[in-house]
Design a protein around this ligand. Structure first.
Ligand SMILES: Cc1ncc(C[n+]2csc(CCOP(=O)(O)OP(=O)(O)O)c2C)c(N)n1
Ligand SMILES: [Mg+2]
Length: 319
């Protein structure tokens, strides 16, 4: 595949930072008890959402899960609507009724984030069935976690969607954990997604580094083409590293109270931060390092200003 265009890299850099800063601010306000619902932050996983979004078509339809602030913003969702929704204001994307886990905004083809594990893939496949019947050139993309990909309905969906040749892409964001249970506690030894999906369920399967925007972007373009050309379901398996605890606002990877993580995982998470990786790529592509730092600060400051401008007008809706 050809070299990625500089303007795409820049767009991705801005979006990743927008998601990061927004969630850092949400975390700050969560700690002050300003949020009444659960909170699942995607800090550390932004490149996956942004890569899939920029690598797909604007008219493709997205479905998310319980950890979808990033999916929504990456899809072009409105920052204000997200902030209002998270804090329960009537101006939110779900009129403030849903909160953090219920983003929905048809105006940007974000058809909904659904926190019941295993339910989003079957629902998304229904939309991809409509796309097929309407002879649409677009696909449906659903984000699930590695834990959600263990649900029975998930496998049933891949099978049925394969049988009906639906234009469905399933993105598995594999951060190794379901709540605090790591893979060893949940899967047989040598459990292998590739064997299950590619050999067993006859789907296209690609695995990529979810922290690396360029890899995610290129894999999405490739897989999307294969889905449409060969009329097969596509699985994009992304290795991700989330910074935060499963739920809540503790984003300090070194200080996560239950110590459920492996010893050296903290270092791996910090070293592979998607912001670090995309900056490295931009410098490799001749961005000036100092100018890049200045740009980063500017983007972060602008996002913080926008966040608090909106946040300061919030009125929590009455039920
Ligand atoms: C059917 C169902 N069972 C349990 C839960 C509670 N729950 C919410 S998120 C989660 C873990 C999800 O893990 P994973 O899919 O890997 O996503 P991650 O949180 O790692 O992004 C669980 C068990 C739920 N929402 N739905
Ligand atoms: Mg997980």
């Amino acid at each position: 595949m050809r070299k990625i265009k500089i303007n795409i890299l820049l767009k991705a850099f801005k979006k990743i930072l927008e998601i990061r800063e927004t969630e850092l601010n949400i975390a700050t306000e969560f700690k002050k008890n300003k949020i009444f619902s659960f909170l699942h932050l995607c800090i550390g996983q932004e490149a996956s959402a942004v890569g899939v979004s920029l690598g797909s078509n604007e008219n493709d339809i997205f479905f998310g899960n319980h950890r979808s602030h990033g999916h929504y913003l990456a899809k072009g969702g409105d920052l204000k609507k997200l902030i209002f929704e998270v804090f329960g204001d009537i101006r939110g994307s779900c009129n403030g009724y849903g909160g953090s886990m219920h983003m929905i905004d048809h105006s940007v083809n974000f058809f909904g984030s659904i926190p019941i594990l295993g339910s989003s893939a079957p629902i998304a496949s229904g939309i991809s069935m409509a796309q097929k019947l309407n002879k649409s050139k677009n696909i449906t993309i659903v984000f699930v976690g590695d834990g959600s990909a263990e649900e029975g309905s998930f496998y049933e969906t891949i099978n049925m969607a394969g049988l009906y040749k639906l234009p469905l892409m399933v993105v598995i964001e594999d951060n190794r954990y379901a709540v605090e249970a790591d893979i060893k506690k949940r899967k047989v030894k040598n459990y292998n997604f590739r064997n299950i999906f590619q050999n067993g369920l006859q789907a296209h399967y690609l695995r990529a580094n979810g922290n690396n925007f360029v890899e995610v972007y290129k894999s999405t373009i490739l897989l999307r083409k294969k889905i449409l050309k060969n009329k097969k379901v596509g699985i994009l398996h992304l290795d991700c590293l989330r910074h935060a605890k499963h739920s809540g606002a503790n984003i300090n990877v070194v200080d996560q109270k239950s110590h459920y993580r492996y010893k050296n995982e903290y270092k791996e998470i910090i070293d592979n931060d998607p912001i670090k990786i995309i900056k490295k790529e931009m410098i490799r592509r001749k961005f000036n390092k100092i100018k890049l730092e200045i740009l980063e600060k500017k983007i972060r400051d602008k996002n913080n200003m926008l966040f608090y401008k909106t946040f300061n007008t919030i009125k929590i809706r009455s039920l």
